[in-house]
Ligand binder design. Sequence first.
Ligand code: CA
Length: 236
Amino acid sequence: MTQDSDKLAILVVEDEEAIRRGLCDVLTYHGYEPTGTDNGEDGLREALTNRFALVILDLMLPVMSGLDVCEKLRATLPEQAILLLTARGSEEDIVTGFEKGADDYVTKPFAISELVARVSALLRRSGKTPRTEQACFAFGPWSVDASALRASCGDRSVDLSPRELAIVSMFVREESRIVSRRMLLQEVWGFANPEKIETRTVDMQIAKLRKKIDSDGSSPIETVRGAGYRYAAKLG
Ligand code: CA
């Protein structure tokens, strides 16, 4: 199997074809390189043969269950990031899944935005960061040097905290799509259940960031009423 060197490979083990295809499409859209398999045995073999940044694993699978795949995979590849797909209300499966070595889970039916947020948070936690967090990239009129935690624009230069860098990276990655406060809480703050967290935390952090990088009353970060924020690459 050949893979683009700059894309992260993700294995999707899911027997329901519509879900598998949908997941692969969404992951491709978000810049990942997905591979789909429809049963546990093939999934395990694929995961052990070709290294993946992340394995997304349905629990109810033919031939070999997701929990068995998870356990065997974890035994051979201790560093492998594993995300489980579980049915709603199956707390027991979730607990067992964590015991067998899963890193996180998403409950079906899931919102695409939640899944994507979990995937990128998990990849970030496992050190598989997108390239925007490793190199220089543009943020509006700013040039961001991620490794130095600095942004510069003309003769202005500001320091960024790791959290601010994570926020800026997320906006760039999401391009012009709306980034909800919940997505930010999940991905940047790492909260698994952000609905219980005060969204004011996000607003205060964004306000602080804007203070640093806004100029002449224009900001690369737009507020979208009732929804969240959006990256405005071009000011004006
Ligand atoms: Ca299934």
